[in-house]
Design a protein around this ligand. Sequence first.
Ligand SMILES: Nc1ncnc2c1ncn2[C@@H]1O[C@H](COP(=O)(O)OP(=O)(O)OP(=O)(O)O)[C@@H](O)[C@H]1O
Length: 136
Amino acid sequence: MRIWLHNRYSTHGTAVGYNGQNEKEIRLNEMWILAFDPGAESSFRLITVASGGLAIRIEFSNHQGKEAHPAVTEPPSEAQTTSERLIYFKERKIGSGIFGRVFRLIRARDGQYCAGKVFTPPPTSKKRRRGETDPV
Ligand SMILES: Nc1ncnc2c1ncn2[C@@H]1O[C@H](COP(=O)(O)OP(=O)(O)OP(=O)(O)O)[C@@H](O)[C@H]1O
């Protein structure tokens, strides 16, 4: 089951958080997925509820007996403005490498699963200052 929130006429935008994430991310005219349950049985049609400027679209897709969408790694994103940047919610850690930790993410706009790496900055102790000579 997918539940979407689309603010069509909001003056100040809408913020949707998950587990305390992205709570301060306010968007205008953005579509948000509010719930996703891959094991949900399909027994309803698409429902759209419109109330004033708030429209809630409820999509009951049939995922019964199917695995959740496999995690995929996306190509690097183009440079985007803050309001265009896609929003991801961290679901859980799925691995780690030398350069950082890898998380299973849910893309807020369409509920697709993705894999995303959070890079760990290298320790600063080995950084050399400008003008410092190479170690022998
Ligand atoms: N697209 C993905 N789907 C599922 N799991 C993934 C995906 N990408 C990474 N992982 C998991 O995260 C782990 C670490 O991935 P990462 O890309 O960081 O590996 P790495 O190349 O060994 O790391 P590094 O480049 O930091 O040395 C993988 O071993 C795997 O378990």
